[in-house]
Ligand binder design. Sequence first.
Ligand SMILES: *Cc1c(COP(=O)(O)O)cnc(C)c1O
Length: 392
Amino acid sequence: MHYSDEEICTQLGESFSEHHGAVSPPVYQTSLFAFDSFEAFTEAQKRERENYVYTRGLNPTTEILEQKLALLERGGKCKCFSSGMGAISSIFLSLLQSGDHVLFVNNIYGPTIQLLDHLKRFYIDHSSVGNSLEEIEKAIKPTTKLIYVESPGTMLMKVVDLQQVAHIAQKHEIITAIDNTWSTPIFQKPLLHGFDLSVHSLTKYIGGHSDVVGGAVIGSEELIDTISKYGFQLNGAVLSPHDASLIIRGLRTLPIRLRQHQQHCLKVIDYLKGKEEITSIHHPSLHSGEEDVINKQMKGFSGLLSFELKDAGFEQVARFINHLSVFKIGVSWGGFESLVNAPVKKGNEKELNKQGLSPGLVRLSIGLEGADLLIQDLEQAFQALSREVEIQ
Ligand SMILES: *Cc1c(COP(=O)(O)O)cnc(C)c1O
């Protein structure tokens, strides 16, 4: 059962004959499915997650997307959600109970930590460590139920040795989950390295067109069934069939889009390397000492990077960002459009330092406009910034 990613993204998981040969599957924009007899209805209801009964359960359009994502990640099953956070929260709400501890590894997406801060009121505890295997093993408690990783992270793009973390977790009978949004399954398949669950914000590269919000969790049939029952059906963060069809469309071009994001991101990085206004650039392609881990688990690099403006705080970062025009100012990333963002806000510099982030940190999502145009945009912003310094 070895399908290429390209085949999965374009054809697999779709039953053309059931849809009159339609090459693009129809959108089953329906909340419920009606039955010929009461017997058939009650029979179907017994296993609502496997039969079309209600869209807060199973929907044929969403099911196509779920089959494709499960195949791409080499997982037994996938469940889609109405947002990445819907998917992430479903993991915690389905698999944890009071008294359990969650270990976060590497820089974790802010709202994920905030959710666990909130779950403290239900006596679910958490702590965080960096990417060192020694630290990870030391931080495990008798109550640790879940190790939750981001690799690469999405601020400093640091990587974690997935195989080793999975190995440590298996020794202690702990479930492992990874937020795989940065790489997508095209560039990284964590389940092949022993992880139990891979979670995505489909809003980023997989959707790719900045017109839909969605999420997914992939893992063994058993784990996904548990998550579907509690985190999906009862929590109710259901992906709409129309949004599922938009994400299926995004998937068609995911491999070729990622190739372009990678190629053009590496060109932008080459340009940034020559700028003396910058102290460091963060992207896994540049991480010396991590090559072995990267070669083992990653097939490529996507287009999210960050760099540090020298001696900068809120004012300088704001001036630099305001001079950009092709890069749009906004949250999110992974779409066709290039974006710029920075974690600094007025007065949070100390807080950032505590998190190990420089106040001069600027994050770029390299879109599909072409590297030359993006480099031009960055160059004129650097020039405007240095003219301002001269005038002062
Ligand atoms: C955006 C993002 C999420 C959350 O996804 P939503 O679709 O916005 O809910 C989770 N993890 C990472 C790394 C993200 O960038």
